[in-house]
Design a protein around this ligand. Structure first.
Ligand SMILES: O=P(O)(O)OC[C@H]1O[C@H](OP(=O)(O)OP(=O)(O)O)[C@H](O)[C@@H]1O
Ligand SMILES: O=C(O)c1cc(=O)[nH]c(=O)[nH]1
Length: 197
């Protein structure tokens, strides 16, 4: 497939601009939130509100695509975990000129590849995420995909500090937007809007 070089030939992403755009889309929320990991936070990045706008999603994905290309990586497929990784994964795949597929959780909460999606041994995979907090979801995708001869690289649109230590065993790109506020103690009751705002 042919990539779309006109979009990401010299793409960069300014973290300040990205924060401004997140605020403009009401995607950067303050409050008390319980995250998917169970951790609590005073800030929530609702990437879906940002990614609903193709004119914002495209440059963000272009910056990721540019960094992936600059690193000399030539992925065969982009995989994003549903739901958050679907839109950014698809847009990244479109710009890299690869198929874009997604994993999803089954009834037991296990990350799986369904819908006839397959990855052949030896294919190189980029895992696309909208948010990385602990890195658990990304690592679950990596576990699903990991077979001898397969390389994966992870990348989130937004990231929290807690996720960094988990990346040691496969290459990851630096976050586009890092939010460094402390995650609070787990046991405080979250005020609405809370889980999966
Ligand atoms: O780094 P982690 O601690 O795993 O947290 C980040 C993950 O949490 C969110 O997904 P969620 O599990 O809430 O599912 P969703 O995309 O369906 O909302 C987000 O889209 C990431 O996949
Ligand atoms: O960790 C999460 O679940 C999470 C954090 C965040 O800021 N945004 C989001 O959609 N999920």
């Amino acid at each position: 497939m042919t990539p779309f070089p006109e979009i990401h030939s010299s793409a960069t992403l300014d973290a300040g601009l990205l924060e401004q755009q997140l605020r403009q889309e009401d995607a950067l929320l303050s409050g008390h939130f319980r995250l998917s990991s169970g951790l609590h936070s005073d800030t929530y990045v609702q990437c879906a509100r940002f990614l609903r706008r193709p004119e914002l999603a495209a440059p963000a994905a272009a910056a990721l695509a540019a960094r992936i290309q600059a690193a000399g990586l030539q992925p065969d497929v982009v995989v994003g975990p549903a739901m958050g990784g679907v839109v950014i994964g698809y847009e990244l795949a479109r710009q890299l000129g690869t198929p874009g597929i997604f994993t999803e959780r089954d009834a037991d909460g296990q990350m799986t590849l369904r819908r006839g999606f397959t990855i052949e041994p030896g294919e190189k995979v980029i895992i696309a995420e909208d948010v990385v907090t602990t890195g658990k979801s990304t690592l679950e995708v990596a576990r699903v995909l990991r077979e001898p001869g397969r390389r994966s690289a992870g990348r989130g649109l937004a990231n929290r500090p807690d996720g960094r230590k988990r990346w040691a065993d496969f290459p990851a790109f630096r976050p586009a937007f890092g939010h460094s506020r402390d995650l609070c103690a787990r046991y405080l009751p979250p005020a609405p809007p809370a889980y999966r705002w």
